[in-house]
Design a protein around this ligand. Structure first.
Ligand code: IPD
Ligand code: CA
Ligand code: CA
Ligand code: CA
Length: 251
C-alpha cells in the first residue's frame, strides 16, 4: 500500500510543480488571508480519486471540502492538498502535500511530500519514520543548541500577541527561530533534526495528522502546547520537539 500511495502523492506533486497563472480566492474561506487556489482543489480532487482506488471503503476529510465532515471510526484519509498555500501563491517553493490514513481514530500511516525538493517524509505506526529512504531517528538536542520553528496562526488574528510572545520566548531560548509557512513541513523538520522544536497556537487536523505520526515514529514528542494528547477532530495547538528540547521548553 505504501508504494502505491507514494506514487499517487508524487503524481499529485507534479500538479504543484507545473502550476501557472495561479489565481486565488479569499472570499470562500474563513479567516484573514486564508487563500484557496484552483490548484488546492485540483490536488485534493486528484488525491480523492486515486486514493479511493487503493482503499475503496475509505472516507475523506480534506481542507478544501465544501462541507466539513467529522473523523469516524472506519478508515479515513485526512488530507491537506497544499500545506503552505500562501508560499505557493508567491512562488516561495516551500509547500507540501499532507496525507494521513486513520483507522478507528488512530493514525496508521502519514506522508508529507515537498515536491520542490522531492522530499517525502513518511511513517507507519510501529515501523519507524523515513525521509525518502533514510530512517529518521531524533537526537536529544537542547533548545539552546538548535533552530526552533514557530507558526503565526495567520487565520486567527486574535492570537497574534500570543504567537509573537511565543516567538520571543523561542528566540531568547533557542539558537535562532524560523517561520516557514508550512506547518506540516515544520513538524517533519523536527523529525529530521532540522528544528529542535516547533510550536503553533492553532492548527487544523490536516496540518498535523500525517506529520504527528512521523515525529512520534522518529522518537519525538508531540502534544498540544499544554501537554495534552493530540485529537484529530478540531483545531488545536501543537508542540513538537525532540525529548530534550521538549523538556527545556516546558520547564
Ligand atoms: C497553513 C500553514 C501555515 C500555518 C497555518 C496553516 P495552509 O496551512 O501550515 O504554516 O501557519 O496555521 O493553516 O492554509 O497553507 O494549508
Ligand atoms: Ca488554507
Ligand atoms: Ca495547512
Ligand atoms: Ca492547505
Amino acid at each position: 500500500m505504501t508504494e502505491e500511495i507514494l506514487k499517487v502523492i508524487k503524481e499529485a506533486g507534479k500538479i504543484i510543480l507545473n502550476a501557472h497563472d495561479i489565481s486565488f480566492d479569499i472570499e470562500s474561506k474563513q479567516g484573514d488571508a486564508n487563500f484557496v487556489t484552483q490548484y488546492d482543489t485540483q490536488v485534493q480532487d486528484f488525491l480523492y480519486k486515486e486514493l479511493s482506488k487503493i482503499i475503496p471503503n475509505a472516507t475523506f476529510i480534506g481542507e478544501e471540502d465544501k462541507n466539513q465532515k467529522k473523523v469516524n471510526n472506519g478508515s479515513c484519509f485526512i488530507i491537506d492538498p497544499i500545506d503552505g498555500t500562501t508560499n505557493f501563491i508567491f512562488d516561495y517553493k516551500h509547500s507540501a502535500i499532507s496525507v494521513a490514513f486513520m483507522q478507528n481514530g488512530e493514525i496508521i500511516t502519514g506522508y508529507v511530500y515537498n515536491p520542490y525538493l522531492d522530499e517525502v517524509f513518511y511513517a507507519h505506526k510501529g515501523k519507524g519514520a523515513y525521509l525518502n529512504d533514510r530512517p529518521l531517528h531524533m537526537k536529544d538536542i537542547h533548545l539552546k543548541d538548535g533552530i526552533a520553528g514557530f507558526g503565526t496562526s495567520p487565520y486567527y488574528r486574535d492570537m497574534t500577541e500570543q504567537s509573537f510572545a511565543l516567538a520571543r520566548k523561542l528566540y531568547n531560548r533557542a539558537l535562532d527561530i524560523r517561520r516557514s509557512g508550512s506547518a506540516a513541513l515544520d513538524i517533519c523538520y523536527v523529525a529530521a533534526n532540522r528544528y529542535v522544536l516547533f510550536a503553533e497556537f492553532c492548527l487544523s487536523p490536516w496540518d498535523y495528522a500525517a506529520a504527528s505520526l512521523i515525529v512520534r515514529e522518529a522518537g519525538g514528542n508531540i502534544t498540544t502546547m499544554d501537554q495534552q494528547p493530540l485529537t484529530y477532530d478540531k483545531p488545536i495547538s501543537i508542540l513538537a520537539a525532540n525529548p530534550a528540547a521538549y523538556k527545556d521548553f516546558i520547564h
